[in-house]
Design a binder for this molecule. Structure first.
Ligand SMILES: C[S@@+](CC[C@H](N)C(=O)[O-])C[C@H]1O[C@@H](n2cnc3c(N)ncnc32)[C@H](O)[C@@H]1O
Length: 246
């Protein structure tokens, strides 16, 4: 299964994900009675917005982190009759019944190395004609943060392999998608210097690095990375995808 997340801290941060969620939702045409998969739903911020847009529909909320899903259940208490909460790895056959009318996802796919397996798993659960509307980190994402990490770790290899436009188009076509639109959008996010920026780095960007470190090394590592950056800015580049299940 994918790594665990600090869901409480995640929800307490001023996340650029809010804007990405709104922007991605605005690209997803809905009647209001569909069944929509929120892939990598996290703590359910966009699952909640999806429910508002689906008065006669349902959301299948899939995530690989138990703590993120616990936070989602708390957030959506009272509305869970229209949410199927599924703890699963998005690269494996998805363990829920039937098909969905659309797939939505924000800031999740760059955590997944095998996009061919991801797109196949999603396609297998989408009815023909269903739309896939997503965004995630794309080629060039957080290059400055990664350079700072490499500097602090003494030139260690980059753990990320952010997807680009051409490779994504090819993988989507191979998984059975048509009407494919893919675009990269630079979208830097600025934070308050100090504690806020370091909490954001630790919880959102550097989590996988920190998982592999002894507790005592974590805070100094995050401070050292923040200290190497000229500004408290995460230099995001977003990969936006729209496609139709053939
Ligand atoms: C940065 S969070 C984004 C959460 C939410 N979509 C948002 O915008 O706030 C990334 C989410 O993707 C989930 N994730 C990463 N890899 C996954 C995988 N292979 N299968 C299922 N979920 C995964 C993580 O558990 C995490 O909740």
């Amino acid at each position: 299964m994918p790594r665990e997340w600090d869901a409480k801290t995640y929800d307490s941060l001023p996340l650029p994900h809010l804007g990405w969620g709104r922007r991605t939702l605005s690209r997803l045409p809905l009647r209001g009675d569909e069944r929509v998969l929120d892939a990598g739903c996290g703590t359910g911020r966009d699952t909640e917005s999806l429910l508002d847009l689906l008065p006669d529909g349902r959301v299948v909320a899939v995530d690989g982190s138990v703590r993120m899903l616990d936070q989602l259940r708390e957030r959506l208490a009272g509305r869970l009759d229209r949410v199927e909460v599924v703890h699963a790895d998005l690269t494996r056959p998805l363990p829920f019944d039937g098909e969905v009318d659309a797939v939505f996802s924000v800031a999740a796919f760059h955590w997944i190395e095998d996009h061919a397996a991801l797109f196949s798993a999603l396609a297998a659960r989408m009815r023909p004609g269903a739309r896939l509307v997503t965004e995630c980190g794309g080629r060039g994402n957080i290059a400055a943060v990664n350079a700072a990490v490499a500097d602090v770790l003494g030139g260690a290899p980059d753990m990320w392999d952010f997807a680009g436009e051409q490779d994504t188009r090819q993988r989507l076509a191979a998984a059975g998608f048509t009407d494919v639109e893919v675009a990269l959008r630079p979208d830097p996010a600025r934070f308050e210097p100090g504690e806020q920026f370091e909490a954001f780095l630790a919880t959102v960007i550097l989590g996988a690095h920190l998982d592999a470190m002894p507790d005592a090394d974590r805070e100094p590592f995050v401070s050292a990375v923040a200290g190497r950056l000229a500004e408290p800015v995460a230099d995001y580049v977003r990969l936006e995808i729209s496609a139709t299940r053939a």
